[in-house]
Design a protein around this ligand. Structure first.
Ligand SMILES: NC(=O)c1ccc[n+]([C@@H]2O[C@H](COP(=O)([O-])OP(=O)(O)OC[C@H]3O[C@@H](n4cnc5c(N)ncnc54)[C@H](O)[C@@H]3O)[C@@H](O)[C@H]2O)c1
Length: 340
């Protein structure tokens, strides 16, 4: 299954969003379309027969993420910035709904430059909401993050207090609050998706990607950030896309938040061992843990996904198959990891 996408059959009527039936003439705006999740979502929405307009400034996006779409006459790419009024005005014209996924998506970068993080994630989200209102777009689905909870009680329910321990988590929490105030004030249909660790094809950050990059440089010695005991909730990209479309179709869109995770967690140590096993490196590679990770990193996450399950969510791919698909994609994209 080299680089191949695991296909999930949608189980819901995805053409109904916020009580509005979207048909072939409907346009869906996806901000951050050239990123990891945005590009997969664009493919899914496009495959449902809708027009997709994508906005991305390519600060962390890749044109090759859009290679399956760029020739389609039902896909339009606007290279632009959510902080730029003209770009937003152009991309939101005639749109029926927005998936707002553009963001400064790195916790360490939000520590280094909180102002930039604020501008893109808070001001940028407010801009998207303002333009959605101006263009009479009824629905905005916002990509939030589990980092809004900080060091939370596990498993974490959506009504847990929001106590972020990173600037990134704070900016996502602010974005959520604006979505819900726009719902209350102006009747906008909105929902915030609190993504946990989403992984899979085209994911170019996070523990799994870093480990493969390091092994590619040196497969005899692997240095891993942290103690290895960090346990996080991981969800494979195709399962995440299923969850996103489910919330859009069946969720309560009155400024509600939904956890988007798997409801099971895995330690970094387990991930290292599984990757070494898949690559045939168990005997060859010596692993060292640094004992510290980056500032603002939540050490343990686990989503309570009962709210998502009530909408009919059921994972189809899961962790092990997802990890194996990710390794196959990585090798196809970046070359063999080890010569053994
Ligand atoms: N991947 C995860 O595990 C995860 C977890 C929690 C939350 N999220 C959130 O989900 C969304 C998608 O995440 P991702 O992993 O695909 O991130 P990503 O960084 O791959 O994608 C974000 C995209 O937004 C674009 N972008 C950034 N600033 C922009 C701007 N000012 N104007 C226009 N485009 C801009 C980037 O170029 C990039 O293509 C983000 O909002 C992220 O914060 C992701």
């Amino acid at each position: 299954m080299c680089g191949e996408k695991i296909v999930i059959t949608l189980t819901m009527s995805s053409l109904l969003v916020g009580g509005k039936v979207l048909n072939r003439a409907s346009r869906v705006l996806i901000t951050g379309v050239a990123g990891f999740i945005g590009s997969h979502l664009a493919e899914r929405v496009h495959s449902l027969g809708l027009e997709v307009v994508g906005l991305d400034d390519f600060s962390n996006g890749y044109l090759k993420n859009l290679s399956n779409l760029k020739k389609s006459k039902h896909f339009e790419l606007v290279k632009g910035n959510i902080l730029n009024v003209e770009d937003l005005s152009k991309s939101s014209k005639d749109a029926d709904m927005v998936f707002h996924f553009a963001a400064q998506s790195s916790v360490p970068k939000s520590t280094e430059n909180p102002t930039r993080d604020f501008e893109i994630n808070v001001q940028g989200t407010l801009n998207v909401l303002k333009y959605a209102r101006k263009a009479d777009i009824g629905t905005v689905i916002f990509a939030s993050s589990s980092t809004v909870y900080g060091d939370a009680a596990l498993p974490t329910l959506e009504d847990h207090p929001l106590l972020p321990i990173s600037n990134y988590g704070a900016s996502k929490a602010a974005g959520e609050v604006y979505c819900s105030s726009y719902s209350a004030l102006y009747g906008l249909k909105s929902a915030s998706l609190r993504f946990y660790n989403i992984f899979g094809l085209r994911s170019r950050k996070g523990a799994m990607f870093d480990i493969l990059q390091k092994l590619q440089k040196n497969d005899k010695k692997l240095e891993v950030l942290g103690t290895g005991a960090q346990t996080k909730d991981y969800l494979y990209i195709d399962d995440a896309i299923e969850a996103i479309t489910l919330v859009a179709a069946k969720g309560k869109l009155s400024g509600e938040a939904y956890n988007v995770g798997s409801g099971e967690n895995h330690s970094v140590k387990e991930i290292v061992e599984k990757l070494l096993g898949m690559l045939g490196l168990v005997r060859k590679t010596k692993t060292f843990y640094t004992g510290f990770s980056w500032h603002g990193d939540v050490q343990k996450t686990l989503a309570d996904i009962s709210k998502l399950k009530k909408l009919g969510f059921d994972r189809k791919v899961g962790f092990d198959r997802g990890l194996s698909a990710f390794v196959d994609w990585y090798k196809a994209e970046y070359g063999e990891v080890s010569t053994r």
